[in-house]
Write a protein that binds this ligand. Structure first.
Ligand SMILES: [Zn+2]
Length: 339
């Protein structure tokens, strides 16, 4: 059973349902019923695969897709397009994920999540798409903090980097978390996860729709590394100690430094203050590297009641949204990746 109590079945179709191009995320559940894969024919038969709403409240991808599809209403698509509309149940509630559901971007092949309806459904999507020999795969997301638009890859390889570079010169390479869409598709074709800024920002939607149109019109991806690229890789994930309260205003045990959000994707020098901790001997953060080791002491140290950075890092996805910090994490730490 999934979070809505229904048996979860993949819906597959070859035309857009009536009203899809103007549908809001919260209308898709009623329109589609369940996660849906839509294959649309274009001039070049090798499809571009695009997924969106794996996180139900991240709407920019849907709006970007609708804009592109509207521009081709009266002419053929330059390339076939297979769309996957993910968590329609969560989208109906404007939630990232519903109570009782797994995160739809942690259950793709390669996941360590226990076998469930969602892992089987994502496996089915990959199996179907494999037969269609996709040209490339794009997974569209939003995030909550102040971040530039950027693409993520799970492989450092020319065509993957080229696909990401077409979106932004900032590219992040990551290998954890596992079970993400772009990692599963990396086994089949060049694949990226795109972070299109915050929900509702029009420039994120128009940037993503221009990008999708560009990729649809490409004959192939260059087979050499892009030169003007800022390639970063995540080295650690920072979560707040679950036993401790935190706030940005000093009303809790841990006082987080609010201005760090401004440093997302910028170098933050060693000795920069990250937090203040009152009356506690415990470490305020849990810091895990890509292998899951606790690496707190490599990055942070206490000086009096202040927690300061031990080395220069580049934070990403630092957010001031308390719920997101609790549900997901405080931030990722990155370094430049030397190829
Ligand atoms: Zn997301």
């Amino acid at each position: 059973m999934n979070g809505t109590g229904n048996y979860l079945m993949l819906n597959e179709m070859t035309t857009l349902p009536d009203g899809f191009l103007d549908a809001k995320p919260d209308q898709l559940k009623a329109m589609l019923g369940s996660p849906t894969l839509i294959h649309l024919q274009g001039k070049n038969p090798r499809p571009l695969f695009v997924s969106t709403l794996l996180h139900g409240n991240e709407s920019s991808g849907l709006f970007a897709l609708q804009a592109v599809l509207k521009s081709y209403e009266k002419k053929p698509l330059p390339r076939s397009l297979s769309l996957f509309i993910g968590n329609v149940s969560a989208a109906e509630q404007d939630q990232r994920v519903l109570e009782g559901q797994p995160d739809y971007n942690r259950v793709w092949p390669g996941t360590d999540h226990a076998d469930c309806q969602e892992t089987r459904l994502m496996q089915q999507v990959v199996d179907i798409m494999k037969k269609h020999k996709p040209f490339a795969s794009i997974d569209l997301h939003n995030n909550t903090g102040r971040n530039p638009h950027y693409g993520c890859v799970n492989r450092v390889s020319a065509q993957y980097l080229q696909l990401a570079r077409l979106f932004s010169h900032t590219v992040v390479y990551f290998t954890t978390p596992i079970g993400v869409q772009s990692q599963a598709f990396s086994a089949i074709c060049p694949a990226v996860t795109l972070e299109c800024g915050k929900v509702g920002e029009l420039d994120g939607i128009s940037h993503a729709s221009r990008y999708l149109d560009t990729v649809l019109q490409l004959d192939n991806l260059p087979d050499h590394n892009p030169t003007d690229i800022d390639l970063l890789h995540t080295v650690a994930r920072v979560t707040v100690n679950k036993e401790m309260d935190f706030s940005f205003d000093g009303s809790a045990e841990i006082k987080l430094e609010a201005s760090i959000e401004l440093y997302n994707f910028r170098e933050v020098k060693e000795n920069t203050e990250f937090a203040e901790v009152s009356q506690s001997e415990s470490e305020p953060f849990e810091v895990q590297d890509e292998q899951g080791n606790n690496v707190y002491e490599s990055y942070f140290k206490a000086e009096g009641d202040k927690i300061i950075l031990k080395k220069t890092v580049i934070p990403a996805m630092f957010t001031r949204n308390i719920d997101v910090i609790r549900q997901d994490c405080l931030c990722y730490l990155m370094e430049h990746f030397e190829q």
